[in-house]
Design a protein around this ligand. Structure first.
Ligand code: DP6
Length: 361
């Protein structure tokens, strides 16, 4: 599908004066990372992620026909019960990008009521779950205006719109493993939207666990936009994009044959490479904290001593996602509790698992 296929053709706008839709949309954790993009939100390499289950955003979008039509966006944002005018610029920028595809957004006054299942200042990015939930609410309006659209189209377009809000949000519509970005070995993959991993996944990866250790709950030091831009003149950029695409091919096999050892190796290498890219850009950043490294060392020690398949991944921050198979849950949870929680800010952590994707409420 091309961009043109996402432009809304015919609608019967007069049929819909007001209403409200609510969607719950999950966060996701990348296994092969997206880091580097070009306009408009086109990734430099394909990425693949686990959709999460417990970390999610619930958004209600209330809409009513404007009394006097104009070309402006009329938006009010209420986050966890409080009016948040500082959220508006990001949403207006998003609306500007998507107006071409859903022109009805200028016809309504919108009230966006949104809340996260995870604490606001937890260092967990809410852009993936937030933008995907909002995109799904908007797509529900399109569906109302144009009931013939299929479920398949609806999900693709929701991912397409979400991507224009935040790249990783394209991977937060469906579960359980999603690929975003065109890749020669993944049929039907696209730079424009995420697709479900198209092969059967080995049972070793069923209900995979992700315990998120909140090492630093402060504001992000580097916004993802700045981070992605750093890849533009980065000396290792092309090698990194090639490596990520190779890793997708490798992971495709690993997920099908259930090779946990190879999974551990690839996932940790991806996490450290993402941070290596930040350390070797100019300006340079170190986003890991001393406790991030303490946790990594402990995980390596535990793995050596127990032959566990525990591993870690990181996003663009200091928090650590600890990944492990469901059948190791009891033992690994004890290890986390006894040995790792001490390195978290206020001992805070979140237990999550791979999830099935967004749902309408
Ligand atoms: C390190 O999706 O937050 O988490 O497209 O600018 O909104 P924008 O970036 P964003 O970048 C995510 C970067 C990452 C890796 C990943 O999720 O693949």
């Amino acid at each position: 599908m091309t961009e043109k296929d996402f432009i809304l053709k015919k609608t019967n706008l007069s049929s819909l004066n007001k209403g409200s839709f609510t969607w719950k949309s999950p966060s996701n954790i990348a296994l092969v990372k997206y880091w580097g993009k070009s306009e408009p939100q086109i990734p430099k390499n394909a990425s693949i992620s686990f959709t999460l289950n417990n970390c999610h955003t619930t958004t209600s979008l209330e809409f009513s026909k404007k009394e006097k039509p104009n070309k402006d966006y009329s938006i009010q944002v209420i986050f966890e019960g409080e009016i948040k005018d500082n959220f508006k610029p990001k949403i207006k920028k998003f609306f500007k990008r998507i107006e071409k595809y859903i022109p009805f957004i200028t016809e309504y006054d919108f009230v966006i009521k949104t809340k996260n299942s995870f604490p606001h200042s937890s260092g967990i990015a809410s852009s993936a779950s937030g933008m995907s939930a909002l995109a799904l609410c908007l797509i529900s309006i399109e569906k109302e205006l144009n009931p013939e659209i299929t479920q398949e189209y609806l999900l693709k377009k929701a991912s397409f719109l979400a991507r224009l809000g935040s790249g990783s949000a394209a991977r937060s519509i469906e579960g359980e493993i999603v690929v975003w970005g065109e890749h020669k070995n993944i049929n039907n993959s696209s730079d424009l939207y995420g697709i479900k991993f198209p092969k059967k996944i080995h049972k070793n990866f069923n209900n995979y666990q992700d315990t998120i250790l909140l090492v630093d709950k402060g504001e992000k030091q580097v916004s993802s936009t700045i981070g992605h831009n750093l890849m533009n003149n980065h000396p290792f950029a092309q090698q990194r994009f090639d490596q990520a695409n190779d890793n997708i091919s490798k992971l495709k096999e690993i997920l099908q044959i259930g090779d946990l050892k190879a999974f551990v190796n690839l996932i940790e290498s991806e996490a450290l490479t993402l941070h290596a890219m930040m350390m070797t850009s100019n300006p340079y950043f170190v986003l890991m904290k001393p406790n991030t490294l303490k946790i990594i060392e402990k995980i390596w020690e535990y793995r050596k001593n127990t032959k566990s398949n525990i591993c870690f991944t990181l996003d663009a921050g200091a928090n650590v996602h600890v990944l492990f198979p469901e059948k190791e849950k009891e033992k690994v949870n004890l290890f986390i509790l006894n040995e790792l929680i001490q390195y978290c800010q206020n001992n805070h952590y979140i237990c999550d698992t791979v999830g099935a994707g967004a749902s309408q409420k």
